[in-house]
Design a protein around this ligand. Structure first.
Ligand code: ATP
Length: 211
């Protein structure tokens, strides 16, 4: 059964770093990847763009292909969501058999043991760790290492079980960040070739970052 993978983020704005990583993960897993825009948690600086603007940018960015899909379930709920609740929701929707993969950058993965009910994540989904060549391997805590070690597998094995395995997915390193793009726009510069063209075609799309 083909896996479903999720790629969460603030996407303020979505850029080619996000899209290329999600695309390469989709190809390696032969999966559909759902892009999940998140509410910004109260302890983080607010997103510059509203939730509806971030969704509009994702919709524009995802046109013309069908491997990457938009999934707004976290925005449809009030307040920030725990990943464990989002995955439980998806698991109910997909049924018990379908492989489900939580895609995480290597840094986020290294901090996983600070997440709410982090051990339960492995009952609900696999974890695909997006590794960028040359960026080194982040150290894991003893707790996380002990849980992950016996679960390590090759990417092909993720489609053989619904959850519980961990595979590295090497993706092209693109040194692009939303904060750098916001900085460029605030200075009146054009972030061409860092963002999908569709975001540049409509001047109103990025207006919120310009003042
Ligand atoms: P900011 O600069 O505002 O912190 P960001 O560009 O890191 O934003 P997020 O929405 O916070 O974007 O990131 C969502 C997910 O995308 C995270 O898992 C993050 O690791 C990953 N990501 C961000 N930039 C890249 C990139 N250039 N290549 C691959 N993955 C990326």
């Amino acid at each position: 059964m083909k896996p479903v993978a999720i790629f969460g983020g603030t996407f303020d704005p979505v850029h080619l770093g996000h899209l290329r990583a999600a695309w390469e993960a989709a190809e390696q897993l032969d999966a559909q990847v759902r892009m999940l825009p998140a509410h910004v948690p109260p302890h983080r600086p607010p997103a510059r763009a509203s939730a509806s603007r971030r969704v509009a940018m994702l919709e524009a960015a995802l046109q013309g292909q069908d491997r990457l899909l938009l999934d707004t379930r976290e925005l449809d709920r009030e307040g920030p969501s725990y990943s464990v609740d989002t995955l439980a929701d998806l698991r109910r929707e997909l049924g018990p058999e379908r492989p489900l993969v939580l895609l995480l950058g290597a840094d986020a993965f290294a901090g996983l043991d600070r997440w709410h009910r982090w051990r339960t994540l492995f009952e609900l989904a696999h974890i695909g760790v997006l590794t960028r060549p040359g960026s080194g391997v982040a150290a894991l805590s003893a707790d996380l290492r002990d849980l992950v070690q016996p679960r390590r597998c090759r990417v092909e094995a993720l489609c053989l079980a619904p959850a519980g395995q961990v595979a590295d997915l090497p993706v092209t390193a693109l040194d692009i960040s939303a904060s750098a793009i916001r900085g460029m726009l605030a200075q009146g510069r054009e972030p061409r070739y860092l963002l999908p063209d569709a975001l540049l075609h409509d001047r109103a799309m990025l207006e919120v970052y310009r003042d």
